[in-house]
Design a protein. Structure first.
Ligand code: CDP
Length: 250
């Protein structure tokens, strides 16, 4: 986040990538793409490409990290070395530890963790290509992967950011908008209960701008929620069809 007067982010009432102020980048999600994971999802969101894989519930090791009354949701967010223009040094850094923590905490709000005491549910988020908003991509993909793993949940989490560029509140910041904009406000939203499970803010917004950004993001999360559900429907209808064909062959 930083202002740079030389970079033009809005022209003729549109953003530099041609989007309207309240328009999302294109989002595609495919559920169940990894054979050896209990659940998985691959997501493309604008130029972002993110894979989420879920393993568990399984016994938590090390044992001292076990919770006696519930499962621990342990997310690990990782950026591939080749995911950004400057090679990303492999391994955890402050930023990825922060994002892992917020994804874990957001997902804990929807998983019925009390069903699996002493267990861990591992959620791996691998960013293959990054172009702003990867925490939202990670959280959105991870919740589809959890549902794909058949883990009991109260709902999916949809995630999206709004922000401010050249004094204008806009939805879903792209890379330049993120770099040269004035604010970024990512949220995680639980549609069924109309609750937030993630809220961060970078930069400054007035109260009115905050309200506007929040309204935009919540509307967008409802759209994303439909894409998430469609990905799961698609996976299971294909699986059912395959099973039916197998039965017919027998
Ligand atoms: O990705 P997100 O917006 O959730 O987090 P951020 O910390 O605000 O990062 C914004 C963007 O900066 C990322 O999406 C990447 O495109 C880029 N970035 C990068 O180029 N190199 C890094 N080591 C980290 C982030």
């Amino acid at each position: 986040m930083g202002s740079n007067k030389d970079i033009e982010l809005i022209k003729d009432g549109k953003r530099i990538d041609g989007r309207d102020f309240d328009e999302l980048r294109e989002i595609k999600i495919k559920a169940g793409v990894l054979k050896r994971a209990d659940g998985s999802a691959y997501l493309e969101w604008g130029k972002n490409k993110v894979m989420a894989a879920v393993y568990g519930p399984r016994e938590m090791h090390p044992r001292h990290a076990q919770e006696t009354t519930k499962a621990v949701v342990r997310a690990r967010y990782n950026m591939a070395a080749f995911s950004v223009p400057d090679r990303k040094r492999p391994g955890p850094d402050r930023r990825s530890i922060e994002i892992s923590k917020l994804i874990s905490e957001a997902l804990e709000k929807v998983v019925f963790t009390e069903k699996y005491p002493r267990s861990v549910i591992d959620v791996f988020v691998e960013v293959l290509q990054a172009s702003a908003g990867t925490r939202c991509c990670g959280l959105t993909a991870a919740s589809v992967a959890l549902a794909d793993a058949g883990i009991p949940m109260s709902d999916l989490v949809a995630s999206c950011a709004s922000g401010k560029i050249e004094g204008q509140v806009v939805l879903d910041l792209g890379k330049n908008e993120d770099n040269y904009g004035q604010a970024d406000l990512p949220i995680g939203y639980i549609p069924r209960s109309d609750e937030l499970c993630l809220l961060q803010m970078d930069g400054n917004l007035s109260e009115d701008e905050y309200e506007e950004a929040m309204d935009m993001s919540i509307e967008a999360c409802k759209e994303i929620y439909e894409i998430q559900k469609e990905a799961l429907r698609e996976k299971y209808s294909t699986e059912l069809q395959a099973e039916k064909l197998n039965e017919e062959e027998m």
